[in-house]
Design a protein around this ligand. Structure first.
Ligand code: SAM
Ligand code: SF4
Length: 321
C-alpha cells in the first residue's frame, strides 16, 4: 500500500531478538539488560504479522536483530515466512558468526539472500570494533554462503580513526567473489551519535583514485536505496548507502517491526505502534488496521542532519538497523 506521501511500502524489516554474540560499539550499549522472553513475539506471531502485511502489499521481508541467528528457530521462521502467499523474498542480515552452522538449513528453508556485516579484515581492528576475535568464523560463514549459492552482500560501516583504513581491503572482496560490498554511512542512532561518520563521497573518491572510474551498475541488486557501481575485473559490485550525505527518504519503501511487536514507521523517530496486544487477543482485523496505520503515517523524511531533532533513543541492536 502507499503511505501518506504516495510512496509504495512493500518491504518490512523485522528484528527477532535484541540479543547478540558481538558488542559492536556503535550498536550495543555497554551495559545490557536483555528483554524478558515473554515480551518477545513468538515465531508464530511474527509469521502471522508477515501474513497480514502481505495482504497490504508487503512482499519482501528482512530478518534482523540483535543477531537473528542467536534466536532458536530463526531458520525455521524463514521457512514459515517463505511459504506465505504474496511474500516473494525473505532475506537475513547477520554478523556472520553462526552462518556456517546454519548455511545448509537456511538454503533448505528458502532464504533468498543474506547481508553479512563486516567492518574490517584486519583481525585486531575487527576485534576492536566488535569486542571479540571472531573474524575467522565470519569468513567461514562467507565461504558457506558461496557453497550454498546464496546471494551475499557485505555491509561495511566505517568510523573515522577506527576502520577507515579498511575500505580498500574490504572492497577487494568483490574482486575475487560474487559479493556486493556496500558502504553504509554511520547513523547517529544510539552510541553512533558519539562516533564520527566517514562520508560515502570520501569513500567513493578513495576507491576511484585506486581503481579508476567506477561505472554505475545498471542491474538491480536489492530492495533498498544503495547505488551500485562496477569495477573492471570485479565479480561483485560496490554499493553506497548514503543515509546522511545522500538523503533518499523520498524513495523509502519500508517499515520496521521490533522484537517486542512495535511497528516503527521511521528509524529516526521514537514513534511506535504496538501490534502485540491485538495479535495476542486474536483480533486480526485490529492488527491489520495498526499495520496499515504504521505504513500510512510514515514521516516525510529523517532528520539525521539535526541531532537535536532525532527522537529515537534506543540502540540499533533494539531496532534492527
Ligand atoms: N547483528 C546483525 C548484523 O550485525 O548484521 C543484524 C543487526 S545490526 C543492528 C544491522 C546492521 O546495522 C549492521 O549492518 C550494522 O553494521 C548496522 N548498524 C548498527 N548501528 C549502526 C549505526 N549507528 N549506523 C549505521 N549502521 C549501523
Ligand atoms: Fe550485534 Fe549486529 Fe549490533 Fe554488531 S551490529 S552488536 S553484530 S546487532
Amino acid at each position: 500500500m502507499k503511505d501518506q506521501f504516495g510512496r509504495t511500502i512493500d518491504y518490512m524489516r523485522i528484528s527477532i531478538t535484541d540479543r547478540c554474540n558481538l558488542r559492536c560499539r556503535y550498536c550495543m550499549p555497554e551495559r545490557i539488560e536483555w528483554l524478558p522472553k515473554e515480551e518477545l513475539l513468538s515465531l508464530e506471531e511474527i509469521a502471522e504479522i508477515c501474513r497480514l502485511a502481505s495482504l497490504l502489499g508487503i512482499h519482501k521481508i528482512k530478518i534482523t536483530g540483535g543477531e537473528p541467528l542467536v534466536r532458536n528457530g530463526c531458520d525455521r521462521l524463514i521457512g514459515m515466512i517463505s511459504q506465505i502467499p504474496g511474500i516473494d523474498q525473505v532475506s537475513l542480515t547477520t554478523n556472520g558468526i553462526l552462518l556456517a552452522d546454519y548455511a545448509e538449513s537456511l538454503r533448505r528453508q528458502g532464504l533468498h539472500a543474506v547481508n553479512v556485516s563486516l567492518d574490517a579484515l584486519d583481525p585486531d581492528i575487527y576485534a576492536q570494533i566488535t569486542g571479540y576475535h571472531k573474524l575467522p568464523q565470519v569468513l567461514d560463514g562467507l565461504r558457506a554462503m558461496e557453497q550454498q549459492q546464496i546471494p551475499t552482500k557485505i555491509n561495511v560501516v566505517l568510523q573515522r580513526g577506527v576502520n577507515d583504513t579498511e575500505c580498500l581491503a574490504l572492497a577487494e572482496l568483490a574482486r575475487h567473489h560474487a559479493f556486493d560490498v556496500r558502504f553504509i554511512e554511520l547513523m547517529p542512532i544510539g552510541h553512533g551519535k558519539q562516533l564520527t561518520c566517514v562520508s560515502n563521497t570520501e569513500v567513493f573518491q578513495k576507491l576511484s583514485d585506486h581503481y579508476g572510474t567506477l561505472l554505475p551498475d545498471p542491474d538491480t541488486h536489492g530492495n533498498g536505496p544503495a547505488r551500485y557501481y562496477t569495477v573492471e575485473g570485479f565479480q561483485g559490485s560496490i554499493g553506497f548507502i548514503s543515509a546522511i550525505h545522500g538523503k533518499f527518504c523520498n524513495s523509502c519503501n519500508r517499515i520496521r517491526l521490533t522484537a517486542t511487536g512495535d511497528l516503527k514507521p521511521c528509524l529516526c523517530y521514537q514513534e511506535r505502534i504496538s501490534v502485540k496486544d491485538a495479535l495476542r487477543s486474536g483480533d486480526t482485523k485490529e492488527a491489520q488496521k495498526l499495520l496499515a496505520q504504521a505504513i500510512f503515517q510514515k514521516p516525510a523524511a529523517h532528520c539525521f542532519e539535526t541531532l537535536s531533532s532525532i527522537t529515537e533513543d534506543a540502540e540499533m541492536s533494539r531496532i534492527g538497523g
